[in-house]
Design a protein around this ligand. Structure first.
Ligand SMILES: *Cc1c(COP(=O)(O)O)cnc(C)c1O
Length: 331
């Protein structure tokens, strides 16, 4: 299947190559079991997205990042994450399938069973792991890691946490176009809101740009779960605009756009003590979701669901159509 971005905005196969890693469209279903207010709640399950042993939102970013790395003749991806990084794991698995090695610099995060399971998966993934512990030590180690993982006369393809580079953001531009197609096909009414956790911001930034391009009026509710990165509205909008500029530079024929913060609702009261620290609200939301057959994890999606339920209970969504984006994808 051709990417919607290619179909809609020009012949971009050479300048913006896309590698299909999942089977779209992402399944959408109503989630009436969880509604606590007047909104009708839907689930867009990107946990189902990805065919390579791990699903979730990182796979959509890799659909654009891996071919960009290959196009540049890179042989290794160097990136960073917490000890339980879904991003690092997805990268190791999918990059490995396409002949790229992965090196990860791992920063400490609270270790619980969830993180221990992830770390065991990372150790089996074939990635080279560097335990750099803190953000400062990771930044300091970058020159060494770039030299160490150079191959074929080229440096590794360096990616920020969460894969939220200008290219990675394209994953959720594409997802928004896919959602618009589902709306047009009558699978779901036009959503008033789409809720996502914000860890590194690429998912939310991609949605901001993609929804604008798709002509949907859906607002993005971003639930901030990370206090290690700057994730305010300005930063997210700047990231969306950088990806818009990238699309234009690479030859996409885009309409005039007015990206604005009006489309974004940032929720900052679900973080709790910090990134990776579970919260009672998150645990409660996770338990309710589990009863409805939806498995959430404590770092991102349980906090996003806690925000969704609290906003719905407060009437913040009115009688709107709210899509909860499940970004987590264990196999
Ligand atoms: C990385 C991640 C997120 C956050 O996405 P960003 O694009 O980094 O903001 C949300 N949920 C899960 C399960 C993730 O692994």
């Amino acid at each position: 299947m051709t990417a919607f971005l290619h179909q809609r905005f020009g012949e971009l196969h050479d300048t913006l190559p896309h590698l299909r890693l999942g089977t779209g469209p992402t399944p959408l279903r109503p989630l009436p079991e969880l509604a606590v207010g007047r909104a009708s709640l839907w689930l867009s399950d990107d946990g189902e997205f990805g065919d390579g042993g791990w699903g979730g939102n990182k796979v959509r970013k890799l659909e654009w990042l891996l071919p960009d790395a290959l196009r540049r003749g890179r042989r290794t991806i160097l990136t960073v994450g917490g000890l339980g990084t879904n991003w690092g794991l997805a990268t190791a698995l999918y990059a490995g399938e396409h002949g790229l090695r992965t090196a990860l610099a791992l920063v400490d995060q609270p270790v619980d069973d969830h993180v221990r399971t992830q770390l065991a998966r990372l150790e089996r993934s074939g990635a080279t792991l560097h335990f750099t512990h803190t953000k400062a030590r990771t930044i300091a180690a970058v020159p060494y890691l770039l030299a160490k993982h150079a191959s074929g006369g080229k440096p590794p393809y360096l990616l920020p946490a969460g894969g939220s580079s200008t290219v990675g953001v394209l994953g959720y531009v594409e997802a928004a176009l896919e959602l618009a197609d589902q709306v047009a096909a009558g699978v779901v009414p036009e959503p008033t809101h789409i809720v996502t956790a914000i860890g590194s911001g690429g998912t939310a930034a991609g949605l901001l740009l993609g929804l604008e391009l798709a002509g949907l009026s859906t607002r993005v509710v971003g639930v901030v779960v990370n206090d290690q990165l700057r994730l305010d509205a300005r930063t997210l909008l700047r990231s969306a605009r950088r990806t818009e500029a990238l699309l234009r530079r690479r030859g996409a024929r885009l309409p005039e756009l007015t990206l604005s913060a009006d489309r974004l609702i940032l929720v900052e009261d679900q973080l709790g003590p910090g990134y990776g620290h579970p919260t009672p609200q998150g645990e409660r939301a996770g338990a309710l979701a589990a009863e409805a057959g939806l498995h959430l994890e404590p770092v991102y999606t349980a906090k996003a669901m806690a925000a969704t339920l609290a906003l719905d209970a407060d009437g913040a969504f009115g009688d709107g159509v709210v899509v909860f984006l499940n970004t987590n994808g264990p196999r």
